[in-house]
Design a protein around this ligand. Sequence first.
Ligand code: GLN
Length: 489
Amino acid sequence: MNNYSAIDIIEKIKSRDISAQQATEYYLDRINAYDNQLGAFITVTVDYAKQRAKQIDKQIEAGDDVGLLAGLPIAIKDNICTSFAPTTCASKILANYIPPYDAHIIEKLEQAGAVIIGKTNLDEFAMGASTENSCIKLTRNPWNNERVPGGSSGGSAVAVSADMSPVAIGSDTGGSIRQPACFCGVCGIKPTYGRVSRYGLVAFGSSLDQIGAFSRDVRDIALLLNVIAGYDNRDSTSVPDNFAPKPDLLANLKTDNSAKKLGIPREYLKQDGLDSEIAHAIEQAIKEFEKLGYEFTEISLPHTEYAVACYYIIATAEASSNLARYDGVHYGYRVANPKDYIDVYTSSRAEGFGNEVKRRIMLGTYALSAGYYDAYYLKALKVRTLIKRDFEQAFESVDAIIAPVSPMPAFKIGEKVQDPLQMYLGDIFTIPVNLAGLPAISVPCGFTKDNLPLSFQLIGKHFDEQTILKSAWQYQQITDFHKQRPELS
Ligand code: GLN
């Protein structure tokens, strides 16, 4: 089983080579065997998954159409609402929260026949880059258990990397899909802002958040996007299909890619602190693309140096507003024996939120307060426009951009958690993409001498997931980094 792609599994289930129940059991067994050590899952929905798989097998037996995903097991980041399992955001404040509804993408996945096998660990409310900010558990990198898996969607990346799930869903506000995918040696896509409905994704930075997917094989990501992308009137930023037509991303992978001009951002590769092994792996990837007939030009994204500062004002400002709803009254944790009603609010929040979340609420509240709004928040919005324009200008001469995902490979557990600024600076290559609302995919392209995975990302034009998927798929056909598996004990 573990050599099968998601598409292989679906075909085998449909042709009744294996049953949906067997596929589900296989991954549940692997979770059982390895997740004590790796800590990818917060909840494993054992009974729910078995029941769903059984139902799908029955439908297949009866000759019913079971949808594009026909019994495919899938893991979901635990900041996406599920009515059948707790949605904790890895926070004490939502520890026992079971939403009364399913997120849009959960509906879409289930309508297509997917079997949800569990909810995965993350940095609390998706704030972080190592999954160390989870209030629930530590997640370890399958390639080296002393290293972080990246974050915030660390659990989903590990689930796929360690073959505890063939595919997984995450969210990316400033890199939270692409960076853990990179640290764990799998593919991860952040679609264009507006492509996938955020209805039922617990909000962090609403103008940046976007749901996306993890897999090994690019084709599996194309299939998942075919299922989860598309207009939803419950998310006011979801883009209508007539404005951004949704191609059949999977079928189109087979057609030749005519978009073969890739840009290399001068500012990215010359970035101080870019690990030399990463720079080297990307140079090698460029050579592979050249073999495929791709052309490269140097481009400039001159406002890159302001991206981290800009993001950490906008994201924290939005977070401070979004997280005001956790008040000890509406949802989740409430302090025992409060002194008065103000204490319900303040103490529930003081006890319910972890340190990183509190830090961001304070930063964001400060940036939005009267007297500082113009100096920080408004200024950051203007810088965001400049960053977006940098990309627009670059895309006048190239079809997509190739860039590093992270300046360093997976770092050691505990190495950066005491120094938030160091942690934030690691987001330099992923954050500009969210600020501009662009799609980007991270693709495995090598290993360090210590056997840690390395990746590049391909950044596309708005709503042009197709080009980056095609290029990534062409690259995967002539390389096998995505096929490497960590050795698990
Ligand atoms: N590392 C970034 C942060 O801490 C990105 C998080 C994310 O994409 N959710 O905000």
